[in-house]
Ligand binder design. Structure first.
Ligand SMILES: [Zn+2]
Length: 277
């Protein structure tokens, strides 16, 4: 239970580690961080393996995957992981920049990191890079969650329109990747209410998934800024939101990967840690 051993930095200890073992708090963080600034940086970025070198073996001495799963909370959105341990869910939304989607696919191939994409099927990236992503999806290393077809604020839609947004995206995911996104969905903008929850649950989307920390890269950031948000938020028990929308994250990727290793974390998909049947 002492996941705090896996978290570096006094800020993480002071802020969130105790709550990390509890049920999700419903807190959504990012623009208004709830912890102090990190007290140290994990150093300068190091490159991933260069294109000419062989793929490295997945993270050296990475902690093993969890052997138990927790329950999906009812009546509230998921914001943290349900099992104790050094696990972190790295979730990536949208996909407006195909180059960023490709960079994440390459990183996953090279490092073994487990990722969850909350994709919008109307973004061409998910068709362009389907062939590359499909083996990762089939093995379970990459999970596909539902972020609606075209990213509306679901609170502004009728129940039927909410369902159409989720179902159209589900149909795309099934036809393109051969898997279902159910029961996990992330409402665009994190915007959710009881009506949205009810409409989604009626067609099998019973696990609205928000986040605990954010790379804040739905806006254009420099690679240094992305790295700083990762320094702040990468930690045990966390669900961290990122976006495949702007290229700043690409050059930050080596630092992000290094953080996972130096903090003793193991990335997991939501299916790795939440029981779905
Ligand atoms: Zn989004």
């Amino acid at each position: 239970m002492d996941r705090r051993l896996f978290v570096t930095g006094a800020a993480a200890l002071a802020g969130a580690a105790l709550a990390g073992c509890a049920r999700p708090t419903g807190r959504v963080s990012g623009s208004t961080p709830d912890t102090q600034s990190p007290t140290s940086s994990a150093g300068t970025p190091r490159p991933l393996a260069s294109a000419s070198s062989p793929s490295p073996t997945p993270s050296v001495a990475a902690p093993p995957l969890p052997t138990t799963k927790g329950a999906i909370p009812s009546g509230e959105a998921i914001t943290q992981l349900a099992v104790p341990g050094p696990y972190m869910a790295w979730t990536i939304d949208d996909g407006t920049d195909p180059a960023v989607v490709e960079a994440y696919a390459q990183m996953a191939e090279q490092t073994g990191n487990r990722l969850t994409f909350f994709l919008n099927g109307n973004q061409p990236a998910w068709t362009m890079h389907a062939q590359r992503l499909r083996p990762l999806v089939e093995s379970g290393q990459v999970q596909l969650g539902n972020h609606t077809w075209s990213h509306p604020d679901l609170r502004t839609l009728s129940a039927q329109a909410v369902q159409e947004q989720l179902q159209r995206n589900e149909d795309f995911i099934q036809s393109t990747y051969g898997v279902s996104s159910k029961p996990f969905y992330r409402p665009p903008f994190g915007a959710i209410n009881a009506g949205v929850r009810s409409a989604a649950a009626a067609i099998g989307f019973t696990a609205p998934t928000l986040w605990y920390g954010s790379l804040s890269d739905s806006s254009v950031l420099t690679s240094e800024q992305v790295s700083e948000f990762a320094d702040q938020w990468f930690g045990a028990g966390r669900i961290v939101i990122a976006h495949a929308n702007h290229p700043g994250v690409i050059n930050a990727m080596p630092h992000l990967v290094e953080l996972i290793v130096t903090r003793g974390l193991r990335t997991v998909t939501l299916r790795d840690v939440f029981a779905t049947s």
